[in-house]
Design a protein around this ligand. Structure first.
Ligand code: 9YT
Length: 134
């Protein structure tokens, strides 16, 4: 059995920070679960373009508020916007391009399949790279 605590991850290399979010990676590829599990804070006032073309992600909001806007394959707005508040989950089952906005610090529990390896941040296309073994 694996047991970890958020307090033990904060300040280690399993905590990855960008201008828009901070991600505490509780379970990673190396843990062998077939998914990774993250406790992520999306910073208030930010808008992030994201495209997980290599991953499926489910995101469960447990604190804060914001919205997610679905984009089409060209990255153009579709008008499809979903408010996010505690108790709302969205799942990117179609690798949708999207914009994530936080009007207050938003705390999200995120699951990735395939699991991330640890240090991933979005590249210039909003994408996390895939590792060789994936
Ligand atoms: C919700 C989302 O995709 N935020 C960006 C960071 C990501 N959740 C991560 O790597 O933890």
């Amino acid at each position: 059995m694996i047991v970890k605590r958020l307090e033990d991850i904060i300040g280690t290399d399993q905590e990855v920070s960008t201008d828009n979010w901070i991600s505490r990676r509780l379970l990673l590829k190396k843990d062998g679960m077939g998914f990774s599990l993250h406790d992520t804070v999306i910073k208030k006032g930010t808008e992030t373009f994201i495209w997980y073309k290599n991953h499926l992600e489910a995101v469960y909001c447990i604190e804060g508020e914001g919205e997610v806007e679905v984009l089409d394959d060209n990255g153009e707005k579709t008008g499809e916007i979903y408010p996010l508040k505690p108790g709302t989950v969205y799942a990117l089952n179609g690798h949708e391009k999207h914009l994530l906005r936080a009007t207050a610090d938003m705390r999200m529990v995120c699951v990735f399949n395939p699991p991330v390896t640890g240090q991933e941040v979005h590249d210039e296309n909003g994408v996390y790279p895939l590792t060789e073994e994936d």
